[in-house]
Design a protein around this ligand. Structure first.
Ligand SMILES: Cc1cc2nc3c(=O)[nH]c(=O)nc-3n(C[C@H](O)[C@H](O)[C@H](O)COP(=O)(O)OP(=O)(O)OC[C@H]3O[C@@H](n4cnc5c(N)ncnc54)[C@H](O)[C@@H]3O)c2cc1C
Length: 403
């Protein structure tokens, strides 16, 4: 008899939110996380309107909104000419009560979800617990881990590998991570400086083949994110030394900004060959990794979670057979490969690699329609919803479960 019904490997946002969905559906969950707490490296911070109903259903949207802020406006800024193409999400009010994006560091979102999870009697989280091994048979899954340097064994009926792009679970399943790694390095910085004072919109996509950047306000405390791109031939250990030259260019005359955090990243367009192997499924970055231009990475991870927890609950209650997990896996993989990944690659090309003036001119003509052409704007606004897939079984498990 397994100790718990579901082990979730990784307490990133995908793992914690999947755990919360399962636990609220009455499933016993155990989360194993190698870090001592929620990891706070500078990563996702924009949640598209389309994921907010899912957060609301889990009962965490209001708390998340208290820590972050709602935002409707966007701006493409052409660095060389200063042209601004501005548009917003207001037209969405006819489609959703959540006609805005939420800005909030992903660590804060995970902390909100964690605080709700820990209120449930059927959920536990083990920190400092690094999964090292996994074996499965017809009766269950045995997970081996190092907990504070000591070996530990856990057993479960099912395992969810949500342990990020370098997933150990994926590796233990022998699943190749198919696709490509970009030659560039992205540098994500968290900066305390009021970029709005300097003319930047709260979501600025700055188009330039040298100074392309994503500049966005993270929260109301004055924290902003600026992510730029550099050749990965440049030595990574000197990222910090090169950084002032970049900020001198985008914030001329400004020296009083405070660098709060930064992290270099290699970027990928990759997906696991299979998202399900027997009793184990992969979700979030463990299943698929994309470059972050346009914020489609965690968006995809959240949609994995929203479709997974009702589907897995139905299987674990004996109300559906395992084939629904294969269907979930295939739908999530194809959505990533056919929609999320190509769009993220296109976003990256536009923002960071617009060196061909003829192509840039064509791109700008298209982007200008965002301000002037409502039908075109709606098509763009509704795009992120295409990354969602419905649960394979109807979701009715929260009935009677308190938030
Ligand atoms: C600069 C940048 C900006 C981004 N901005 C956005 C954005 O605005 N919107 C968006 O949608 N996406 C964005 N993304 C993508 C987003 O950050 C990822 O998609 C997201 O982190 C995936 O969440 P996850 O929970 O699947 O994995 P992770 O966040 O990577 O979490 C994995 C967890 O597993 C733990 N772990 C790893 N190995 C083990 C092990 N062996 N045992 C136990 N625990 C383990 C890790 O410590 C970690 O806590 C951005 C990414 C970057 C780099």
């Amino acid at each position: 008899m397994a100790e718990t019904q579901a082990i979730i490997v990784g307490a990133g946002p995908t793992g914690i939110i999947t755990a919360l969905g399962l636990a609220r559906s009455g499933i016993d969950v155990t989360v194993l996380e190698r870090a001592p707490g929620i990891v706070d490296s500078p990563r996702a911070m924009v949640y598209h309107w389309s994921v907010l109903a899912g957060l609301d259903e889990l009962g965490i949207l209001q708390d998340a909104q208290k820590l972050g802020f709602k935002k409707q406006d966007y701006c493409y800024l052409v660095y060389r000419t200063g042209e601004r193409i501005e548009w917003n999400l207001k037209d969405l009010v006819a489609h959703t009560p959540f006609a805005y994006n939420l800005h909030l560091g992903q660590n804060k979102l995970a902390e909100v979800a964690l605080s709700h999870l820990l209120q449930l009697p059927n959920a536990q989280v083990h920190w400092n617990t690094q999964v090292t091994g996994l074996a499965q048979d017809e009766y269950g899954v045995t997970v081996t881990a190092e907990q504070n340097g000591q070996p530990r064994v856990f057993t479960a009926d099912r395992v969810i590998g949500s342990d990020g792009a370098r997933s150990r679970v994926r590796e233990l399943l022998g699943q190749p991570f198919e696709g490509t790694t970009w030659p560039e390095r992205f540098v994500a910085t968290n900066i305390r400086y009021d970029f709005e004072q300097h003319g930047y919109a709260r979501s600025t996509l700055m188009i330039d083949s040298q100074f392309g950047a994503i500049i966005a306000k993270i929260d109301e405390s004055g924290l902003w994110r600026c992510t730029y791109c550099e050749s990965s031939d440049l030595p990574e250990e000197q990222v910090l030394e090169r950084m002032p030259a970049f900020f001198k260019e985008i914030l001329p005359g400004v020296t009083n900004y405070e660098l709060v955090q930064y992290s270099p990243y290699r970027m990928h367009q990759r997906a696991a060959k299979q998202f399900r192997v027997g009793r184990v499924v992969l979700a979030g970055d463990a299943a698929h990794a994309t470059n972050p231009t346009g914020g489609l990475g965690l968006t995809s991870g959240l949609f994995d979670a929203y479709a997974l927890y009702p589907t897995l609950t139905a299987v674990m209650r004996g109300e559906a057979d395992d084939s629904v997990l294969d269907q979930w896996a295939e739908e999530r993989k194809q959505t990533f490969l056919q929609i999320a990944s190509p769009q993220a690659s296109e976003n990256k090309r536009l923002i960071f690699h617009s060196s061909d003036p003829v192509r840039l001119d064509q791109d700008l003509q298209t982007l200008r329609r965002l301000s002037s052409d409502k039908a075109f704007r709606m098509e763009r606004l509704l795009f992120s919803r295409r990354l969602a897939t419905a649960p394979i079984v109807p979701h009715h498990y929260f009935q009677g479960v308190s938030q």
